[in-house]
Design a protein around this ligand. Sequence first.
Ligand SMILES: Nc1nc2c(ncn2[C@@H]2O[C@H](COP(=O)(O)OP(=O)(O)OP(=O)(O)O)[C@@H](O)[C@H]2O)c(=O)[nH]1
Ligand SMILES: [Mg+2]
Length: 328
Amino acid sequence: MFLDEKTIEVVSGKGGGGVCSFRREKHVPLGGPDGGDGGDGGSVYLRANEQYTTLLDMGNAYRYSAEAGATGETANRTGRCGKDIYVDVPRGTIVRDSEGRILTDLTEGGSAWMAAQGGAGGLGNSRFTSATNRAPRQHTSGKPSEKRILNLELKLMADVGLVGLPNAGKSSLVRKISSAKPKVADYPFTTIEPVLGIVQNKGRSFVVADIPGLIEGASEGKGLGHRFLKHIERTRALLFVIDGFEPNAWKTFCLLKKELEAFHPKLLEKKFVVALNKSDLGFSKAKKDFAKHKQAVIETCALSGDGCADLANALGELVYVNEKKEWR
Ligand SMILES: Nc1nc2c(ncn2[C@@H]2O[C@H](COP(=O)(O)OP(=O)(O)OP(=O)(O)O)[C@@H](O)[C@H]2O)c(=O)[nH]1
Ligand SMILES: [Mg+2]
C-alpha cells in the first residue's frame, strides 16, 4: 500500500511552573526567596527522512506529544526541560494547516521544521526580589502547550517520472535500468502505486518513479493516473514509454501530452525522452510517424535489455544537464 495523505496532531509540552519558596535552615535567619523557574516544555519537530518512501513509514500514530517542563524546585533549582521530539516524515512531504494553507514543504533530506513550540517555563519567586521587596511571593506559571492539526501530503521527489499507457512496459524498463523490481504482467494497471528506483549510470545516480499507467481522461480522474499525476509534478524530467508495436504510437504520445497538459500545463515544460518500447516486435509505422514529426526516440526492448543502456544514458544527461537537483 502507498499512502500519500495523512492527518496528524502535534502537541508541544507546556512549560513547568515557577515556584514560591524561602530558604529555611537552622542558623540562617532571613534565608530569602529561593523558588526556581519551571523548565521549558518540549517542542515537536517534523523532519525529512530520506529513508522513508511513503507516509506509511511513519506508523499509525495520530498524536505526537512532547513532554511538559517540570515545575521549579527549591534552592533556586530550575525544573527539568521537556524533551523535544522529532517526527520523521518522507522527503517531499508538504505540511498544511486545517484550512489548507501550506506551512512548509520538507524537500531537503534531514531538514526539520518546528510544528509546535514548547511553552516557556514560569518564573520562581526569587526572580522577583528587588530592593523594595526582599520576600516576594510572586511566581508565574508556565506557558501553555501548543496543539495543531496538520495535513501531510507526500509528493514524490524523483528525478524522472515515467508516463505511459497501461502495459507499455514502464515497469519492465524500470526493472532493467534501476535497482527497483516493480511487478510486471500483461494486464493493464499492474502497477497501482508509485515505485521508486535508483539508476546508477556512469558514476552518477538518479531516481526514477514508475507510476500507474495513464488513460484518456486521467486528468479528469479516470483510471488510476489522476491520483498519481501529482507525483510527476516535482520530477525534473519525464520519460514517455510508448508501445511501438501499436500502430497508433504517435497518437498515444499526443494523448499522453494532452492529459499532462490538462492536469497542469507546466508538466509539458519539463525535459523529456521518448522510449519506443517492444522493439523486438518490430515497429516500422511508429518509427516513421515519430520521424515525420521530428520527435527523437530511443528504441528499447525491456525484455532483452536492448537500448536500455542508451536510455539510462539519455536520462542521466537530462537530469545532470544543469547543476544537479537544487532540492537535493
Ligand atoms: N515483447 C515485449 N514485451 C514487453 C516489453 N516490455 C514489456 N513487455 C511486456 O508487456 C507487458 C506489460 O509490461 P509492464 O512492464 O507491466 O507494463 P506497465 O507499463 O508497467 O503496465 P502498467 O503497470 O499496467 O501500467 C508485460 O507482459 C511485459 O512482459 C518488450 O520490450 N517487448
Ligand atoms: Mg507497471
